[in-house]
Design a protein. Structure first.
Lengths: 414, 175
């Protein structure tokens, strides 16, 4: 079977991306406010995005194993490689967690004792919103996902060598996948409450876990489409046809609509009920980030919906690449909107109480993403891409003895 | 129906045999009238050389019509005809119109596509559809040729094709 070789020019490309990211981070660190909120919020925004992509790939992979899915089997190594990125994702989130312990960043209002002691609402939430829970969720929840991803990967590689007609190895994979689905479903919601929802510590939404998971799903599918098209252009995956791309295009379309449904459900209920403590979230975004607020829905709903509505656009590389890149940028903006306004609010509040009004006024410059923020995103893409291609190169691209391989080789959707 | 059709058709036991027979018929440039299968057979449409169905275009048009109907009607009611302030919202409260707009989009496109499909296929309540053989709705796969204006020698050619391509039965019917 064909094994992917990580070419030198690809290493160079991802390396340059990473250098851009590091330079951007340094430039941000040297130029931002005294609390370095722009620096840390960039790491949080991209960190949650990419650990989420890794997590949701593992979740999707487990769901496919449980559902006897066969069509994806040819490129299941992609899902495995994405999910292994959880290792790096957990480290990034753990650094942010250490920041809540030792106080080298001030992203979270609930982690500022002098603000909490005057705030009854946050005091009521402090049994959950504290650094112990934050570290627990990051290390134990994230670590358990990483553990499952390692198990599934090891079993999958073992199946390549020793797979036989009794399918004992595949049955073991089914057990891990069955454990992962409820484990991941509940723990990912709790983790995202701590990671990003608690940035707006007074506010909460019961839809938030679904909403971010839908965002992750769209990005993960878009990454898959782009990677497969790229690998095909290098001559790999000869048996992945436009029928497979059609199904991936359907995923991209369907999950984009699903994301829009959740976005709208969250927005409309809050708009309709018009309760002050709930509307503050959207009010802040609507007042200070009006362009991004509408661009978010336009890019992530209108583009995939109207471009991928037709049958043939899901089968053509050009339209798929266009939509994938659009929704990746769009959902990066989505995460920008989840993270930045809350950090902005908290940082302003801290700077005001410490008497640094001029610095607080300075912060309003950062309400739209600058070139440096995109630079950090490019850096994270470089890191993710380098990692994924490295782990792709470690095993044959097509799993030779997966029981559903034949189904994938003869996949037809029309 | 102004004129009756004479149909020569062969029944096959398996969808794989049918698919090969269809490809063979297309190679021999035989003019297939229709193919009947009890379930959708993957790869049959491209094998028959059928172009993509245009039914979904009607779905889009009806969906658009539904969206415009719902949104326009609610706008007319809530802004022009009977303006009410509820919950401190403006008269033209767009987010609260979205769910009903969505519902009517789905309803119009679904019902519209059913009507278009039934009209195109000549189906409907009270219409007595002629079926070549009852078993093609159960376990037989059928290739049918229109032989109304086909002479005997060509018909024997078709019969030979059925025999060679593995048909289990060859029958005639006038519909």
């Amino acid at each position: 079977m064909q094994t992917f070789s990580f070419a030198a020019n690809e290493r160079k490309f991802f390396g340059i991306c990473m250098v851009i990211g590091v330079v951007s981070l340094l430039a941000i660190y040297l130029t931002d406010d005294p609390l370095h909120s722009r620096f840390w919020s960039n790491i949080l925004q991209n960190g949650t995005l990419f650990i989420g992509v890794a997590f949701i790939s593992l979740f999707l992979y487990s769901a496919k194993i449980i559902a006897y899915s066969g069509w994806h089997v040819q490129f299941k190594r992609l899902l495995e490689s994405y999910s292994l990125f959880l290792g790096i994702g957990v480290i990034i989130m753990a650094i942010l967690g250490l920041g809540t312990v030792f106080g080298f960043h001030s992203l979270y209002e609930w982690n500022q004792p002098h603000l909490v002691e005057k705030d009854v609402i946050i005091q009521g939430k402090s049994p959950f919103l504290n650094w112990q829970w934050y570290m627990f969720a990051t290390i134990v929840f994230g670590g358990s996902w990483y553990f499952v991803s390692r198990q599934l990967r090891a079993l999958s590689l073992k199946e390549d060598q020793e797979g036989d007609m009794s399918f004992t190895i595949h049955k073991k994979m089914k057990i891990w996948a069955a454990i992962m689905l409820p484990l991941g479903g509940f723990t990912s919601a709790a983790a995202i409450w701590l990671w990003t929802m608690s940035l707006d510590a007074h506010w909460y939404s019961t839809l938030y876990g679904w909403y971010t998971a839908a965002s992750w799903l769209v990005i993960a599918v878009a990454f898959m489409i782009l990677t497969i098209i790229y690998l095909k252009s290098r001559g790999y995956y000869p048996k992945v046809t436009s029928d497979h791309m059609h199904d991936l295009g359907k995923y991209l379309f369907a999950f984009s609509v699903f994301w829009t449904y959740l976005w709208f459900s969250q927005y409309m209920l809050i708009w309709y009920a018009n309760i002050g403590e709930a509307t503050i979230y959207f009010h802040h975004r609507h007042e200070h980030y009006p362009f991004l607020f509408y661009a978010n829905v336009a890019i992530n709903f209108l583009i995939p919906f109207f471009v991928l509505l037709r049958n043939d656009t899901k089968r053509k590389n050009g339209t798929l690449i266009f939509v994938s890149i659009a929704v990746i940028i769009g959902h990066w903006i989505d995460f920008f909107l989840m993270v930045k306004p809350g950090v902005h609010y908290t940082t302003n509040k801290i700077l005001m109480t410490t008497g640094a009004e001029s610095a607080a006024a300075e912060l309003t410059r950062y309400t739209i993403p600058g070139i440096l923020d995109f630079g950090v995103f490019i850096g994270f893409i470089g890191l993710f891409g380098y990692f994924v291609f490295t782990s792709l190169a470690k095993a044959p691209l097509v799993p030779a003895k997966d029981p559903y391989l034949e189904e994938s080789l003869h996949h037809h959707v029309v | 129906m102004s004129k009756n059709k004479h149909v020569l058709f062969g029944l096959y036991d398996d969808d794989e045999i049918l698919l090969d027979a269809v490809k063979e018929a297309r190679n021999q440039k035989l003019d297939i009238m229709d193919v009947f299968t009890p379930f959708p057979v993957h790869g049959l449409d491209p094998a028959l050389g059928l172009s993509e169905s245009r039914l979904h275009i009607s779905g889009f048009v009806f969906g658009l019509l539904g969206a415009l109907t719902a949104f326009g009607f609610m706008t007319w009611i809530m802004v022009v005809d009977w303006p009410i302030i509820y919950g401190g919202k403006p008269y033209w409260a767009v987010p609260s119109f979205i769910p009903i707009t969505f519902e009517l989009t789905v309803l119009f496109s679904a019902v519209g596509m059913v009507i278009v499909f039934y009209t195109i296929c000549g189906l409907g309540p009270g219409v007595n559809s002629v079926i070549l053989d009852p078993r093609i709705t159960d376990d037989k796969f059928c290739i049918a040729f229109d032989v109304t204006n086909v002479d005997e020698s060509e018909q024997s050619e078709l019969k030979k094709f059925f025999e060679q391509s593995g048909a289990s039965e060859i029958n005639n019917k006038t519909i």
